[in-house]
Design a protein around this ligand. Sequence first.
Ligand SMILES: Cc1ncc(COP(=O)(O)O)c(C=O)c1O
Length: 372
Amino acid sequence: MQVKNKMNKIIYLDAAATYMKSDSVMGAQADFVREKYANSGRGVCARVAAVDDMVKGCRVAMAEFMNADADGIVFVSGTTDAMNRIVRIVQNTVGRWPLRVAVSDLDHHSARLPWMAAGADVVVCPLDKDFNIDASAIPVADVIVITAMSNVLGVPQDVKKIVASARKKNPDVIAIVDAAQFVVHADIDMRAWDADFVCWSGHKIGADNGIGVMAIKNPNRFMSDKFGGGMVNVVNLDGTFTVQNAPDKFEAGTLPLVQIAGLASAVKEIKNNRPKQALIKFLYDELSRIPRVRILTQPDAVLLSFVIDGMHVIDFGALMGAYDVCLRVGNMCATWIHNKMNLSGSIRVSVGAYNTMDEMKRFVEIVKNIVK
Ligand SMILES: Cc1ncc(COP(=O)(O)O)c(C=O)c1O
């Protein structure tokens, strides 16, 4: 992946927050804006038809990327947007409330808060001793929200097994997967997972902000949640209207076309060039030798989380910042897993395919300087 980032000597170790953008993504977007820009689905001229083709092509590419049906690929602004929208989609479809919603302590705030805010009956799936979702102990629920990979612990969850277990308890359960972190590191297989919804954000894989995917299994089974241009079929003068089939019924309004123009490039790049776990393993081995460092993650996790005895995580982050190292400190929008570990926050290092072993070595030197 070619990333010419203008941050010069900064060591950027926060891919899990947002991934650096490659030249091909920026190039695809610039080309669209300069040479091909028009709205989609709103005209009959060749230029609009070309934009329609671009959107369709990206949709098909996303379906292939996730082993899902193209009709169920809905462009959203990101995972948080999708998670909020799903609550309304489910409410409009099921017509019974409150529903019992199973969540887990691996959740990002974006996965659970929308259900809490809507007054759902939230029940928590237990974690096993290694902080993975215990597939053998899934409670009976109408909906299950599965975090495919925690943004603090960086371990893929056995989504297929968890969904199967939830369906054993309730064959009609609606299974929702937050793949915001998983998508960077491994192939999503929506069919194998047997999930009803799978969501992720483009900016986590090097696409632009403001674009994401909400993939829906059997999308025409679900009701629309947003209304307006593009999703409607016929508007009758008696006050009724009919909606298009999926995916249009979920895409009211103008799509984020510039971001869509870059999304397929980002997917292509990430498929060919995933972040290297060897860099994280190197940091794990090196930091394990520093007495005050307490590592929270497994050696084979895709990211490294830790705390330092006797030093607040915010102070550590500020000191690293003074050395031009960008990493994440705090509770990472993941209150529940920190609570489970009796911590108020942690320090997280996450890498993209653009990070190098030299950066890791420099990072270790700096940590040793700070944590004497
Ligand atoms: C696991 C997980 N879920 C959801 C989100 C929310 O993603 P976004 O802010 O792109 O909507 C994040 C972002 O960090 C995440 O790590």
